[in-house]
Design a protein around this ligand. Structure first.
Ligand code: SF4
Ligand code: F3S
Length: 112
């Protein structure tokens, strides 16, 4: 039962979450991060660190598609363990609805 990164990370990518993860299981896409569900130990410390409130336990209803997306892209994107500057448009995009449909990028980020 891992934690998952959800819609509001897209085009914000604050990256505060990566600093606190004890098992370094965040992976970086071009405009969001994901959590590797097989590596996450369900500790929950990242959830309150996200300014965009994008991290949720997968026990919440309706998160199946996000668990799938996290699992798929954690295998494709590079590991990130050190905080970097949020995306320049982060404040503007914080809270925008339906970012997955309109703004998700499958391209990898640069990682650490
Ligand atoms: Fe890392 Fe814990 Fe967050 Fe899982 S719940 S991603 S182990 S900080
Ligand atoms: Fe994304 Fe929140 Fe981390 S916006 S990069 S899940 S701090």
């Amino acid at each position: 039962m891992p934690y998952v990164v959800t819609d509001n990370c897209i085009r914000c990518k604050y990256t505060d979450c990566v600093e606190v993860c004890p098992v370094d299981c965040f992976y970086e896409g071009d405009n969001m991060l994901v959590i590797h569900p097989d590596e996450c130990i369900d500790c929950g410390v990242c959830e309150p660190e996200c300014p965009a409130e994008a991290i949720k336990p997968d026990t919440e209803p309706g998160l199946e598609k996000w668990l799938k997306l996290n699992a798929e892209y954690a295998e494709k994107w590079p590991n990130i363990t050190v905080r970097k500057e949020p995306l320049p448009e982060a404040a503007e995009f914080d809270g925008v609805a339906n970012k997955l449909e309109a703004h998700f990028s499958p391209e990898p980020g640069t990682g650490d």
